[in-house]
Design a protein around this ligand. Sequence first.
Ligand SMILES: Cc1cc2nc3c(=O)[nH]c(=O)nc-3n(C[C@H](O)[C@H](O)[C@H](O)COP(=O)(O)OP(=O)(O)OC[C@H]3O[C@@H](n4cnc5c(N)ncnc54)[C@H](O)[C@@H]3O)c2cc1C
Length: 299
Amino acid sequence: MYDVIIIGGGPAGLASALTLGRALKTTLVIDNDNPRNKVTEHSHAFLTQDGVTPSTLRQNAQHDVDKYADVERLNDTVIDIKKIEQYFEVQTLNSTFKARKIMICTGLKQQLPHIDGIEACYGKSVFYCPWCDGYELKDQSLIVSVPSEHITFMAKLVSNWVSDIIMNPSDDNHLTQEDIKYLQNKNIQLINGKIKRFEHDNGQLSRVIFEDGKTITRSAGLVGIELDSHFEFLTSLNLKRADDDSIDIDEFGETSVKGVFVAGESSTIRPSQLIDAASSGNNIAKFVAMQIIDEDDIE
Ligand SMILES: Cc1cc2nc3c(=O)[nH]c(=O)nc-3n(C[C@H](O)[C@H](O)[C@H](O)COP(=O)(O)OP(=O)(O)OC[C@H]3O[C@@H](n4cnc5c(N)ncnc54)[C@H](O)[C@@H]3O)c2cc1C
C-alpha cells in the first residue's frame, strides 16, 4: 500500500512527487506520457528551463524526483479508481495498486477546432496561449480565430505583441457594435465566416481558406480550444462538479471524496502554464502529506 498514488507525471504530478518524496511519503507516479504540450517544440516561461523542449523539461523533473527513495514512477494508464473503506484501489491497463491518498494531476483534455490541417500546424505555427507563445509570434502575420465573446479580449491581449492581426469569430454569433468599434479603433481587420483549411508546409502555416472560398495569406495563428476534465478513469469516484464543470475542490485541493486531491491544470477547466501547474502540485502535496501526518498522529 502506497501513501499516495499520483496520476499524471507532468509538472503538477512531478512537483507533487518531489514534495511527497521529501516528506518521506511512499509515492507512486503513474503516467502515460501524453501531455497537451507534447506537440510543441519549445516550452517558455518556466524559470531555469525557458526555451527547452517539453521532453527535456520533463526529463529534468524526473531526474529530480528519482533521487528520492520513497518515489516510484510507472509508465502505464490508469483506467479506474475505487474507494474501498479507508484506501483506494487504482486499476491500470496492466496492474492494480493500493494507496491511502490519490492525487489527480492529469492536466486537461483538449479539443481543437474542426479545421483541416490544424493538427499539423498546432504547436508549430498555430497556438492557443499568447502568454506561452506570443513573444515568438511578434513578427508574424496572425489569424486569431476565437468565439465571438472572446474577440475583444483577445484583440486587446494579442496586439500587445503583434501588429499584423486578422480577427475571425469562430462561431456564428454576431459581434456587438462595441466589439466592431474596438477593432476599428485598433485598425484590426475582421473576417467573418468559418475557416475550412489551414494550408501549410510541414506545419508552417501559409494560407487560410474559408468555407466561402475566401483565401488569405497568414504565417501563424491563435485558435480557441475546448477543455474539460471528464476523464473516464474518474467515473467510479463520481466526484462532485462545480458550476463551471470543473472538479469541485476545497481550498486544499481536496475533492468531494475525502482523500482524493486535484493539482495542476486538472483543478480548473482553464488552461494554465507549466510553472503554475508545478506550483499547484507542490502546494497541494503539502496538504496531502499533512493529512497523512495528522491521521498517523491520532492512531
Ligand atoms: C501547444 C501547447 C504549447 C504550450 N506551451 C507552453 C509554454 O510554452 N509554457 C508553458 O508554461 N505552458 C505551455 N503550455 C501549457 C502546459 O502544457 C500546461 O500548462 C501544463 O502541461 C499543465 O501541467 P499538468 O501537470 O497539469 O498537466 P500535463 O502536463 O498535461 O500532464 C498530465 C499528464 O497526465 C498523464 N495522464 C493523463 N491521463 C492519464 C491516465 N489515465 N493514466 C496515466 N497518465 C495519464 C498525461 O500523459 C500527462 O503526462 C502549452 C500547452 C500546449 C497545448
